[in-house]
Design a protein around this ligand. Structure first.
Ligand code: SAM
Length: 216
């Protein structure tokens, strides 16, 4: 994907490496994934800016740095089965597909899911599967997952997602209030769950049975 290649390299050098992203596989996936094809044509020139961008339906494609941080925290080596909640534009799922064996992604807004699915077809991402629904319930038929990433803000870790995490699996989620959160990394170990608090962040709300209500 030669188009915007230099812009992507610049994004990696100025936004990701200086802020501590250092997994070479993650940096390469960020160099390869054509973010400009996951936003509206009118916004292509802004696609590699250091910010989130609108994707319609009041939702956003996350800032490149946030995508890279969350991806790095998942510690992917290539053979994992990953679940993403919050497909949005499909960009995060595409980055994950470059680093893992299979990606399952759930979006509650049908129009966004349909557009993302079309992009995956056009850009040849055969290992990504999309479902429309409440992602706080997970995808039980496909569980367990080695990695689970929630790309919307939640008041807590949705219990069904914890139970669908494989042994030694890692779950990443922005947890906090509706307007300010921290990334939480949960690992399922032989002796129970461990938790680490990472980067501060601001995500759109996770709306569902185990997240926020649509009203707040
Ligand atoms: N990962 C996306 C990307 O790469 O473009 C960005 C995700 S956007 C910040 C959050 C998305 O989560 C929105 O598209 C929103 O509709 C979706 N969402 C919110 N609650 C959800 C739920 N319970 N299940 C599935 N998707 C949900």
């Amino acid at each position: 994907m030669a188009e915007y290649q230099e812009t992507r390299e610049y994004m990696v050098r100025t936004q990701l490496i200086p802020r501590g992203i250092n997994d070479p596989r993650v940096l390469d996936a960020m160099r390869r994934t054509p973010r400009h094809l996951f936003v509206d044509k009118s916004m292509r020139e802004a696609a590699y800016a250091d910010s989130a961008l609108p994707i319609g339906e009041g939702q956003t494609i996350s800032q490149p740095y946030m995508v890279a941080v969350m991806t790095e925290l998942l510690e992917l080596h290539g053979d994992e089965k990953v679940l993403e909640i919050g497909t949005g534009s499909g960009y995060q799922a595409a980055v994950l597909a470059d680093l893992a064996r299979e990606v399952f992604t759930i979006e509650r807004i049908a129009d966004l899911a349909a557009r993302a699915e079309e992009r995956f077809r056009e850009l040849h991402y055969p290992t990504i599967r999309v479902r429309v629904g409440d992602g706080t319930l997970g995808w039980p038929e496909e569980a367990p997952f080695d990695g689970i990433i929630i790309t919307a803000a939640s008041p807590r870790v949705p219990e069904p997602l914890l139970s669908q995490l494989a042994d030694n699996g890692i779950l990443i989620i922005p947890v906090g209030s509706r307007y300010s959160q921290h990334l939480l990394k949960v690992r399922k170990t032989e002796t129970g769950l461990t938790q680490e608090i990472h980067t501060p962040c601001v995500f759109v709300p996770l709306i569902g049975e185990h997240g926020w209500t649509p009203e707040g």
